[in-house]
Design a protein around this ligand. Structure first.
Ligand SMILES: [Fe+2]
Ligand SMILES: [Fe+2]
Length: 296
């Protein structure tokens, strides 16, 4: 029903604490998965997209706060905002480090910034009804993207291939700390969307826009990183075949698994709690070196 909010079925009493973290990037090699530039740079796209993307999540959720009529959900949204703000800054530090190593990420980041500010940003001059609709539509985009961040987080927590390949331990901790918090808060955006509009069409539209956009940005981002890497001289051109081979070595999620996961989002009975494990995420967060360091 437009203009009203729905009672929320909150899955459990989530208390989301933003954890302070500390990472020391001074010893991070450019190819932090040794001899695997394709896998390194495909994962590096996270650092290109997330600072701008997560700052945008924070903005959208702050805009949505006045529309929330459920106290528990409101607390979860505040926790989500706190966690995403810290994620954005953690990935920003990696971008700064890449620049210091001679890989300039700024041309791509400028495009992402334009996308989030101009295309998906606040629209001036809307009536209150249009503004409400615009906020809910953006919440639905965030909910769909959060399906992917939870999928990737779950993958990061269960990726022994990265350990086998001797990936840099600080970067692994960043991926797993962030991934664990994505699994931990995977229901918040979805529950907020359903609270504001329980319609199936809203959910479908969120994924129909966000899914292909994310794939497009990822492919462009991987191409950009491989071209901008000063040690490669443009010698590696990414392909699906190559991505699949890298995934078979356990260094990237398998594209087919990711597609199947995206399709599950369309199931009428879908809820994010059906994917990933909260207890595994919390177990990692209890031992994450960066989160422990940040506590001191
Ligand atoms: Fe995040
Ligand atoms: Fe998230």
């Amino acid at each position: 029903m437009p203009g009203t909010t729905q009672p929320t079925t909150v899955h459990d009493n989530l208390v989301l604490e933003p954890r302070d973290v500390h990472f020391d990037w001074s010893r991070l090699p450019l190819h932090w998965i040794p001899d695997e530039p394709m896998a390194t740079h495909t994962i590096n796209v996270l650092h290109l997209l997330l600072p701008e993307g997560e700052r945008w999540f924070v903005k959208v959720f702050k805009d949505a706060l006045p529309l929330i009529t459920d106290q528990q959900l409101r607390e979860e949204v505040l926790g989500f905002i706190g966690q995403e703000a810290i994620h954005a800054e953690a990935h920003q530090e990696v971008l700064d480090h890449l620049l210091g190593q001679g890989l300039d990420p700024r041309p791509y980041v400028r495009q992402i910034s334009w996308l989030f500010h101009r295309v998906l940003g606040d629209k001036p001059g809307l009536t209150p009804t249009q503004r409400r609709e615009n906020i809910i539509e953006r919440v639905a985009f965030v909910a769909a993207i959060e399906h992917f961040t939870a999928f990737l987080g779950n993958w990061a927590l269960n990726s022994p291939g990265l350990d086998r390949a001797k990936a840099d331990p600080t970067m692994l901790d960043l991926l797993r700390w962030h991934g664990a918090e994505e699994v931990e808060h995977r229901s918040v955006a979805f529950d907020l969307m359903v609270h504001l509009d329980p319609g199936y069409l809203r959910r479908v539209r969120g994924m129909a826009v966000s899914g292909p956009l994310l794939v497009h940005l990822w492919i462009r981002g991987t191409r950009f990183m491989l071209a901008a890497d000063p040690t490669l001289n443009g010698s590696i051109r990414p392909s699906w075949r190559e991505a699949q081979q890298v995934a078979r070595r356990g260094l990237l999620p398998e594209p087919a698994r990711m597609l199947r996961s995206a399709l599950r989002y369309f199931r009428p009975g879908y809820h994010p709690t059906q994917e990933g494990s909260s207890s595994q995420a919390l177990a990692y967060l209890a031992t994450s070196p960066a989160a422990r360091e940040g506590n001191h």
